[in-house]
Write a protein that binds this ligand. Structure first.
Ligand code: HEM
Ligand code: HEM
Length: 176
C-alpha cells in the first residue's frame, strides 16, 4: 500500500488555488451583464478577464511543474482507475487552457483593450474581427461547459473514494 503518499505542498497549493479561482470565475461569468454589439467591457468583465488570465498563468506554471517534478505518488489503485484518473487529470489541464485561450481570443476579436487588474495593458491575441468573435464566443462557452462536466466527474470520483471505496485518495490532495 502506497496510497498514504501525498501530493507535495506546491502541487496542493496550485490545485486548491485554481479551484478557488475557478469558483470565482464561473460566478462572475454567469452574473456579469450579457455582451451586446459595440459594448465596452465593464468592471465585472475586467475582473473576469484578469482572474481568467491569472488562471491561465497558474495552469501553465502548474503544468510545467507537473512535467518536471514527481508530484503524483504511485497509488495502489486498480489499473482501470489509474488510467481513467490520469486521463481525467490531463483533460482538466487541457480544458482549463482551452477555456482561458478562447476567452482571451474572444476579447481580442471584439477589439477590447483590456487591463490586467487595472495595472497593466494586456496584449491582444488578434485584431478586431466580429465574424471570428462570434465563432470563438461559441467555443468559449463550449469549453466552459465541457470543463464543468469533467470537473463534475473528477469531484464525483473524489467523493466516491472518500465515501464508497473508503481509501485514502482524497487525503492525498488535502492539507496535512
Ligand atoms: C477557466 C477560465 C474561465 C472560465 C471558467 C470562464 C467562464 C465564463 C463564463 C461562465 C462566461 C459566461 C458565458 C455564458 O453566458 O455562458 C464567460 C464569458 C466570457 N468570458 Fe470567460 N471564462 C474563463 C476565462 C476567460 C478569459 C481568460 C477571458 C479573457 C481574457 C474570458 C473572456 C470572456 C468573455 C469576453 C466573455 C463574454 C462572452 C460571452 O458571454 O460568452 N474568459 N466566461
Ligand atoms: C472540490 C473539488 C475538488 C476535489 C475534492 C478534488 C480532489 C482531488 C484529489 C483527491 C486529487 C488527487 C487524485 C489522485 O491522487 O489520483 C486531485 C487531483 C487533481 N485535480 Fe482535483 N479536486 C477538485 C477540483 C478540481 C478542479 C476544479 C480542477 C480543475 C482544474 C482539478 C484538477 C485536478 C488535477 C489536474 C489533478 C491531478 C494533479 C496531477 O497529478 O497533476 N481538481 N483532485
Amino acid at each position: 500500500m502506497t496510497d498514504h503518499l501525498q501530493y507535495g505542498t506546491t502541487a496542493k497549493v496550485f490545485h486548491w488555488l485554481i479551484v478557488a479561482l475557478l469558483v470565482a470565475q464561473y460566478t462572475i461569468g454567469w452574473l456579469m451583464p450579457d455582451i451586446h454589439r459595440g459594448m465596452k467591457p465593464g468592471v465585472a468583465m475586467a475582473f473576469h478577464v484578469s482572474i481568467g488570465t491569472t488562471i491561465l498563468i497558474l495552469i501553465v506554471l502548474r503544468f510545467a511543474w507537473r512535467l518536471t517534478h514527481h508530484v503524483a505518488p504511485e497509488s495502489s489503485l486498480p489499473p482501470w482507475q489509474r488510467l481513467s484518473s490520469e486521463a481525467v487529470h490531463w483533460l482538466l489541464y487541457a480544458l482549463v487552457l482551452a477555456t482561458t485561450i478562447t476567452g482571451w481570443l474572444f476579447a481580442s476579436f471584439r477589439g477590447w483593450s483590456m487591463e490586467f487588474f487595472f495595472l497593466a495593458p494586456m496584449p491582444m491575441l488578434a485584431s478586431e474581427n466580429p465574424e471570428a468573435g462570434k465563432l470563438i464566443d461559441g467555443l468559449h462557452q463550449a469549453m466552459e461547459w465541457s470543463l464543468l462536466a469533467v470537473i463534475g466527474i473528477h469531484v464525483a470520483a473524489a467523493l466516491a473514494h472518500l465515501f464508497i471505496y473508503r481509501d485514502r485518495i482524497m487525503q492525498r490532495m488535502l492539507p496535512g
